[in-house]
Design a protein around this ligand. Structure first.
Ligand SMILES: *[C@@H]1O[C@H](CO)[C@@H](O)[C@H](O)[C@H]1NC(C)=O
Length: 437
C-alpha cells in the first residue's frame, strides 16, 4: 500500500461532520494527525464532546466486534491523533452558530447532535477515550507545529467548519502555510445555488466571511500568499446532490432506526440517535434524506492524490472528478458604531462578477446542453428559465480562458452519489453491496 496521507481535520462537529469524521477514521488512505475542533454547528465545548462521543462509539463497536478492527485504521495510529480546540468565534463580527441562527421553527438542539445525551444517556462520555492525545495548546499552535515537523507539502488540511483557524494560522505564520502546507480541501460557500443558512449563504462561509475573504480573495501582492492554487473548494453546488435517503439508511444500516428499541451495532446506534432529529428537520424542508456536504470533502481528500512539489490542480486529473477555477468575492457584515450596519441580508454570500460574462444573460446558452449537464451532475428537475449555472458555460466561454489562471478551484463533478454511498456504507457501517439475486 502507498503511504497514508497525513491530515489535519478542522471541524465544527455537528451531524454531517461526525459522519465525515467516522469516514476519515475508517479510511486507510488517510492518517489523521489532529482534529482541530471549533465553533460552528454548535459551541466549541459541545463540538469537542461530540468528537469524544464518536471515539467512544467506535470503541464500543470494537469491544463487541473485535473482528472489525481493520475497518478503523485511524483508530490505532502509532502516534495518537491529537485533539485540540481551535477558534471559538469568527475573526471579526458577531458569533453565529447554527443552533442560534437556524430558522426559528427548526427544533435544533444545543449539542449539535440532536440532543442525544438526553435521548440516549448511554452515549454520554464517561471517560476520555484513550486513542486520543489531548493537547492543551490551541488548534492553531498544534497545526503550525505539525506543519513545521512534517515534510514540506505533505499535509492535507481538511476544513469542514468555518475558515477561522486557517486565517489565524495565516496571520501568524504566512511563510509556513505558503511553503509547507500541501493542500487544503474545504467545504463551503454557495456559488450558483441558494444558500442553506440564509437565502444566499452556506453555513461555514456565513459563520466567518472575514476569514474567507482574507484567504481566498486576492489582496495586495505579498511575499508569502495563501496557497490558493492548492486549495480545493466543494461548495453547496456540488455537495447538495450527494444525499443519503433515510429509508435507505434504515433498510441498509439500521432497521431499528427511529424505534424505541435500538438493535443496531454500536456505531449504528450512535448515528441513528442523532439522525432521528436530522430526519425530522429535513422532512420540514420536504426532503427525506440527509445531505452529505462534509462527507463529500473527505471523499475528495481520499480521491485526489496530494500535489507533489511543483504541481497543483492544473496538472492533476482524477477520473470521474472535475474542477474549474472560479473568481468570487464574499459579503461580510460590518457593524459600525452609530452608522448603519451593512450586509444585513447577504453576509457570507459569494459574489460572482458576471458583467463581462455574456453567457450569464439568459437565454443565451444552449439549454439542451445545460440540461444534459445538470442531469449529469444529478440535479433533478427542469432548468428554470434563467437558472443558467455559470460553471457550465464557463468552460466554453472565451472568458474562461482569460480567467483560467486565477480564481479558486471548485469541484464541479464527482463520480456521483451512488459511488459515495457505496464507499460510505462499507467503511462507516460495514455494510457491503447487496448481492444481486
Ligand atoms: C448547511 O451546510 C453545512 C455544510 O457545511 C452543513 O453543515 C449544515 O448542516 C447545513 N445546514 C442546513 C440547514 O442544511
Amino acid at each position: 500500500m502507498t503511504s497514508r496521507i497525513p491530515v489535519i481535520f478542522d471541524t465544527d462537529p455537528g451531524v454531517d461532520d461526525i459522519i465525515a469524521l467516522l469516514f476519515a477514521l475508517s479510511s486507510p488512505e488517510l492518517e489523521v494527525l489532529a482534529i482541530v475542533v471549533s465553533y460552528g454547528n454548535t459551541d466549541i465545548e459541545s463540538a469537542y464532546a461530540n468528537v469524544l462521543k464518536t471515539y467512544q462509539a467506535v470503541q464500543r463497536h470494537l469491544d463487541v466486534y473485535p473482528q472489525h478492527t481493520n475497518r478503523f485504521p485511524n483508530f490505532f495510529n502509532s502516534l495518537k491523533t491529537i485533539i485540540c480546540r481551535g477558534s471559538d468565534g469568527p475573526l471579526e463580527g458577531p458569533l453565529h452558530s447554527a443552533i442560534y441562527s437556524m430558522e426559528a421553527n427548526c427544533d435544533i438542539s444545543r449539542d449539535g447532535l440532536g440532543g442525544i445525551s438526553e435521548s440516549c444517556p448511554d452515549l454520554d462520555v464517561t471517560s476520555n477515550p484513550k486513542q486520543l492525545d489531548y493537547s492543551k495548546e490551541s488548534g492553531i499552535e498544534v497545526a503550525i507545529n505539525l506543519l513545521e515537523k512534517h515534510e514540506a507539502r505533505s499535509i492535507t488540511y481538511i476544513a469542514i467548519g468555518p475558515l477561522t483557524n486557517l486565517a489565524r494560522m495565516m496571520r501568524q505564520n504566512s511563510k509556513l502555510l505558503s511553503t509547507k502546507l500541501g493542500r487544503i480541501i474545504c467545504m463551503g460557500g454557495a456559488l450558483d445555488v441558494p444558500g442553506n443558512t440564509t437565502a444566499v449563504a452556506e453555513f461555514n462561509f456565513f459563520a466567518d466571511p472575514y476569514a474567507v475573504r482574507e484567504l481566498l480573495v486576492p489582496g495586495e501582492p505579498c511575499e508569502f500568499p495563501f496557497p490558493s492554487d492548492r486549495f480545493l473548494l466543494l461548495p453547496l453546488d456540488i455537495t447538495t446532490p450527494h444525499q443519503l435517503p433515510f429509508p435507505t439508511y434504515k433498510d441498509r444500516v439500521d432497521t431499528s432506526f427511529e424505534s424505541s428499541e435500538p438493535s443496531g451495532t454500536p456505531i449504528a446506534h450512535f448515528t441513528s440517535a442523532f439522525l432521528t432529529q436530522t430526519r425530522n428537520i429535513m422532512l420540514q424542508f420536504g426532503n427525506d434524506a440527509m445531505e452529505l456536504h462534509d462527507i463529500v470533502a473527505v471523499w475528495c481528500a481520499i480521491a485526489f492524490p496530494p500535489f507533489s512539489d511543483d504541481s497543483s490542480m492544473k496538472e492533476t486529473s482524477v477520473p470521474g472528478w472535475k474542477a474549474v477555477r472560479r473568481i468570487f468575492d464574499i459579503e461580510r457584515q460590518r457593524f459600525m458604531i452609530i452608522c448603519f450596519s451593512t450586509g444585513e441580508l447577504t453576509r457570507g454570500m459569494l459574489v460572482v462578477d458576471r458583467r463581462e460574462d455574456e453567457s450569464a444573460y439568459a437565454p443565451g446558452a444552449n439549454r439542451a446542453e445545460v440540461q444534459a449537464s445538470l442531469d449529469k451532475t444529478q440535479f433533478s428537475g427542469n432548468l428554470e428559465s434563467i437558472a443558467l449555472p455559470a460553471q457550465v458555460e464557463l468552460e466554453t466561454a472565451p472568458l474562461a480562458k482569460k480567467k483560467a489562471d486565477s480564481g479558486i478551484w471548485c469541484i464541479t463533478e464527482t463520480p456521483g452519489p451512488d459511488t459515495l454511498l457505496k464507499i460510505l456504507f462499507e467503511r462507516v457501517w460495514g455494510v457491503s453491496e447487496r448481492m444481486e439475486t
